[in-house]
Write a protein that binds this ligand. Sequence first.
Ligand SMILES: [Zn+2]
Length: 132
Amino acid sequence: MHKEVGGVMIQPKHRATCHCGAVVLELDLPNGIEDPRRCDCSMCRRRGAIVASVPLAGLRVVKGSEYLSLYQFNTHTAKHYFCSRCGIYTHHQRRSRPNEYGYNVGCLEGVNPYDLGDVPITDGVNHPADRK
Ligand SMILES: [Zn+2]
């Protein structure tokens, strides 16, 4: 976990915003940024975001829910949300762990995700839910 990134402290309730500011999230991050990852699945390799985890109850859309668009593909289990105005991915409900959201670390206010250094890459091509 990361309680401080590039000199910026992660707040227990940290805000996250899309690029245009229409969508504002409040995240409960008492332990900082947990489990930041990249993923090489067909979706993530295109959007390129570093994603971290939060329980479903730890994420609230405080502004702009009407701007959020939902995108689903493949098994239509995961729910990928993005701002319909600026196109930025904000968060998604996971397929692998539906009790969690993944969120875009780059949306955290004041945080430069590249200050995390190297983050692990999940083998999303071979999704855990597809393994027998
Ligand atoms: Zn936006």
